[in-house]
Design a protein around this ligand. Structure first.
Ligand code: SAM
Ligand code: SF4
Length: 502
């Protein structure tokens, strides 16, 4: 098989641009991080004169942005990629690419299994995708065979520090902002560190500039993304002598510092965080959330298990007591904070009693939203190599269902606590299910539906909460639904007063 590795040293050949813009269609699997990366890739294509299409059948280039976290996610990708084999036979000019986590994990074996794929590009190659497409076109124009025209790009050297503030914007109210890439932890079940590499945090000034650019285009809500978003800045050097000390470890910049900077951006209304890791919950972060009115009082803080033995086997870096201490730090500073969690059921050797400890922790912490996954061994992870996947599928299913039922019960209890209260709500759009109603998100990150006119979309209003379900709220706008005046500045206080809990 002849495949050329396309490295950062290679140049996109200078070809005359096609008169009609080539159309790109991106299919995204997996998490918000992948959604962000797809937007990033689309932005790069637009800049290079390509067009983006939502119709797969009219695309000249189809790219799959893939997920590797569970086997099921990879199976879905293979079946979608397989579907394109026929299309490619009918239209040999079509370019098919596989990018992201699965591309990074499986590499050139993708070409062996799916001979109609032309590009395999890893998790730090998004900025270069247009160049990779140009390279395939160039090789084809030179008369190279289909297999010789393929490109493989898996280098992890590009920090992907792309400023999107100058890109055309579709007018949406919400934007993702990746504040860090990669993961430096090593949970034994997880493929992410292998496919996404070591942590790179982007400088605060770069992120603030990008956030301001979004707000100028009409964005009102920004979600800050990172695999362990609260470890933001841990990879920075501590300040040199004479440089200001910030709120992170040994004076480094931290997520708390970034939140204060974003809070001060006029016009930005909401800041969301995905996903926190318990080990990096600090007093400084809790204080920042308390003091920054734009930060939603909702944090995803995955526990994964309630059993100390399983947590140790997962190498999560905390036990149940430590987890509870971290939530106490948050609740002491922000008493009404709502927490969400991820859980893995059926981790190797997990017993029924240990599973019950997960149920107990879910109930004890009262997580309002819970994502529950059946353990899926991932090749080359420590758990897959050292431990047999010995919890039978039926048992995993039962534990999954039990935890789901408990999650619904807990979700209902948490949502019900808000009934009778009036909540600051950002209006996101109209309800598809209930004509005439709007959908918004309360400051606690809860979805609320209520009657109102479309002109409220993009504003913050007060909503009286009148009903609850396990997954959301219903209410009505308070008597005088004026847009709230969100304070643009935060109280100034000495960062040195904060202690890092990590
Ligand atoms: N970084 C986040 C954290 O540490 O909590 C989570 C990122 S991971 C991409 C999303 C979720 O997938 C994890 O929280 C975990 O519950 C689940 N997950 C990861 N690896 C898994 C595996 N091998 N089998 C089942 N679920 C898995
Ligand atoms: Fe995976 Fe653990 Fe890193 Fe989360 S913290 S991405 S679960 S290794």
């Amino acid at each position: 098989m002849s495949i050329s590795r396309f490295t950062s040293a290679d140049r996109a050949p200078e070809e005359p641009r096609a008169e009609v813009a080539r159309k790109v269609h991106v299919v995204t699997f997996g998490c918000q991080m992948n959604k962000y990366d797809s937007l990033l890739a689309e932005g790069r294509f637009r800049r290079e004169g390509f067009a983006i299409t939502s119709e797969l059948h009219e695309a000249d280039i189809v790219l799959f942005n893939t997920c590797s976290v569970r086997e099921h996610a990879e199976d879905r990708t293979w079946s979608w990629v397989g579907e394109l084999k026929r299309a490619k036979e009918a239209r040999p000019d079509l370019i098919v690419g596989v990018m992201g986590c699965m591309a990074q994990r499986v590499g050139d074996e993708i070409f062996d299994r799916a001979g109609h794929v032309d590009i395999v590009a890893g998790t730090r190659q998004f900025a270069r995708l247009p160049a990779l497409v140009e390279e395939v076109l160039h090789r084809r124009q030179q008369g190279l065979s289909r297999s010789a025209a393929r490109v493989l790009a898996l280098e992890m050297d590009d920090p992907v520090a792309i400023d999107r503030s100058d890109e055309p914007w579709d007018g949406g109210l919400h934007a993702y902002l990746t504040v860090m890439r990669g993961c430096d932890l090593n949970c034994t079940y997880c493929i992410v560190p292998r496919v996404r590499g070591r942590v790179i945090s982007y400088p605060i000034a770069h992120l603030v500039r990008e956030a301001r650019g979004f707000v100028e285009k009409g964005v009102r809500v920004i979600t800050l993304l990172g695999q362990t978003v609260n470890s933001y800045g841990e990879d920075f050097a501590p300040p040199a002598a004479g440089e200001p000390e910030l709120r992170g470890r040994q004076g480094r910049a931290s997520l708390a510092d970034l939140l204060y900077e974003l809070q001060a951006i006029p016009g930005l209304m909401r800041i969301r965080l995905i996903t926190l890791h318990p080990s990096y919950v600090t007093n400084a972060l809790a204080q920042a959330i308390a003091q920054c009115s734009k930060v939603e009082r909702f944090l995803p803080l995955p526990a994964q298990s309630g059993s100390d033995r399983v947590l140790k086997a997962m190498k999560r870096g905390y036990n149940r007591e430590l987890f509870a201490k971290r939530t106490e730090i948050l609740r002491a500073a922000v008493p009404d904070i709502e927490l969400a969690s991820d859980w893995i059921v059926g981790f190797p050797t997990e017993t029924d009693a240990e599973h019950e400890q997960s149920e107990a922790l879910l109930a004890e912490q009262g997580f309002v939203v819970n994502y529950i996954f059946k353990y899926s061994p991932r090749p080359s992870t420590h758990a897959a190599e050292a431990l047999a996947d010995d919890v039978p599928e039926e048992v995993k299913k039962t534990r999954n269902q039990r935890l789901l039922a408990l999650a619904a019960e807990t979700g209902l209890k948490r949502h019900s606590r808000h009934v009778g209260e009036t909540r600051r709500t950002f209006v996101e759009g109209t309800s598809e299910k209930r004509p005439g109603e709007l959908l918004g998100r309360t400051i606690h990150g809860m979805i609320v539906s209520f009657p109102g006119p479309a002109e409220w979309i993009g504003r913050e209003i007060e909503v009286r909460i009148e009903g609850a379900s396990p997954y959301g709220l219903a209410g009505s706008a308070a008597a005088d639904p004026r847009a709230l005046q969100v304070p643009q500045q935060v109280p100034q206080e000495s960062p040195s007063a904060e202690q890092s809990a990590t």
